[in-house]
Structures are given as C-alpha cells and as structure tokens.
Design a binder for this molecule. Structure first.
Ligand SMILES: C[S@@+](CC[C@H](N)C(=O)[O-])C[C@H]1O[C@@H](n2cnc3c(N)ncnc32)[C@H](O)[C@@H]1O
Length: 230
C-alpha cells in the first residue's frame, strides 16, 4: 500500500479503536462498509475471521491487496449492499463493526434491523464543521451537514431496540457507540478507557434520516460476489 494518507485514513490508531469496542481474539467479525480495508486489516490481526462487506468492488480490491501485502488471510471480501448483510454473510458473528459510514445510511432503522450480531459498533466523525477536522492541514471526513451527534446515532439504532452499551471519545475527531441486543456489559455502565470516559447512553433523538455522499451510487451497483484471500 502507498504510505500516502488515503481517502479514508482519518482515524488514527485503528487497533486502539477496535480495543475500545471490545474486539477480542477468537471473534467472528463483519467489517461493514469496509472501504479500502484500513480497519479490516487490524480486525483480521485480532479476530478469528473478518468478513469485509462494501458496495464498491474496487475498494474491496484495494483492501484485498492491503491484507495480502500484510500476509493476512483470515478475511473474506464481499461486494454488496449493507442492508443485505444477513444474506451476504449468513454466518453467526460476534461483532458488526462500521466505521465512518453510518452518517451516509439513508434508513438507519432498516440497517439496525438487518444487523443480527450480538454487538454493533459504530465509529463516527465528530459532528463539528468539516473545516475543523483537519489532517495534514486539509479538512477531512464527511460534509458538515451529514455528521451525526452521538445522540442521533443512538436514537437511530435504538429504533430497533438495540441497547447502547458504551460511548467512547476517540481523539481527535471520532467517537464510537457500541450497541447490544443483550444486557450491558456492566450494570453501572461506568468504565474508563484509554480514550476517555465511557458512559451509558441516553437517546434524545429518534428522527434521523440522512443521505451520504456514497449513497447515490448504491442503487446502480447490485453486484454480489464472494471470495477470499485464503
Ligand atoms: C468513508 S468510507 C469508510 C470506509 C472504512 N469503514 C474506513 O473507515 O476506512 C464509506 C464506505 O461505505 C461504503 N458504502 C456506502 N454505502 C454502502 C452500502 N449501502 N453498502 C455497503 N457499503 C457501502 C463505501 O463504498 C465506502 O467504502
């Protein structure tokens, strides 16, 4: 891979982010909207297996090369629409991980309903003006108007009854929200992480429906392929 910062590489320390959402050895994981594999590689280094799903086969090819160059083989690459997650990867998984993409989901409730994993972790850019999230002097991340506050993210996912376990700040520009269909990890919901204070989440907004930059092309691409570097 080129060491020039890529389009999606605005999330520093991806391994640390993954630790904050409870990724552990032996887990089966889906990296939903995996893009060029920036997180996929780090997931694969820890998990038993990761299924990388993205609508864009070209980006999956980039991810495939990234993992091959790293000598990592416990990954499958699947082109398709995130709404079809269960059909695309019918196996039971421990965690569905989704970074830097939830802001573009046109129907978050539909996606939350489709996610059948025990845990669903969403990494978002901070909801602040794009010109204030710069990397190497350049504004990065989604358009300002697409960015979601934690409350809006939580509200959208909770529409399907998933419970928010934790919210974690990831400096400088991200946060993670982790959801479960089961019980919270700890009843008091208070834990510290390397990134800051975790706290239990309260939903204040239930009315979220945003269109992302990526979404316009989705209806044009319905290809579905299964393959693996293994
Ligand atoms: C900003 S990128 C994030 C990539 C990666 N998660 C990361 O953080 O590096 C958003 C990704 O979502 C994918 N995407 C958008 N809509 C999708 C959909 N409906 N189903 C699957 N992937 C989708 C895009 O192709 C793109 O790779």
């Amino acid at each position: 891979m080129s060491d020039k910062p890529g389009f999606f590489e605005g999330t520093p320390d991806p391994a640390g982010v993954l630790a904050s959402v409870g990724l552990k050895p032996g887990m089966e994981v889906i990296d939903l909207c995996s893009g060029d594999g920036w997180f996929t590689l780090q997931i694969a280094k820890i998990a038993r297996h990761v299924a990388a799903i993205d609508i864009d086969p070209t980006l999956l090819d980039v991810a495939r090369v990234r993992l091959m160059e790293a000598g990592v083989t416990n990954c499958s690459f699947i082109a398709g629409d995130a709404y079809d997650i269960t059909r695309l990867w019918p196996e039971t998984v421990d965690l569905v991980f989704m970074a830097n993409a939830f802001h573009g989901v046109p129907d978050p409730a539909r996606l939350a309903t489709a996610v059948k994993a025990g845990r669903f972790a969403i990494v978002n850019w901070h909801a602040r003006p794009r010109e204030r999230t710069t990397i190497l002097g350049e504004p990065r991340g989604p358009k300002t108007e697409l960015r979601l506050t934690p409350e809006k993210t939580i509200g959208a996912v909770k529409m399907d009854g998933l419970q928010c376990l934790t919210l974690v700040e990831i400096p400088p520009y991200h946060s993670t929200a982790q959801f479960s269909s089961g019980r919270p990890l700890k009843s008091d919901g208070r834990r510290m992480s390397a990134y800051g204070t975790k706290r239990t989440c309260r939903s204040r907004s239930l009315n979220v429906r945003f269109w992302g930059e990526c979404v316009a092309k989705l209806s044009l691409r319905r290809s579905l392929t299964h393959d693996s570097v293994a």
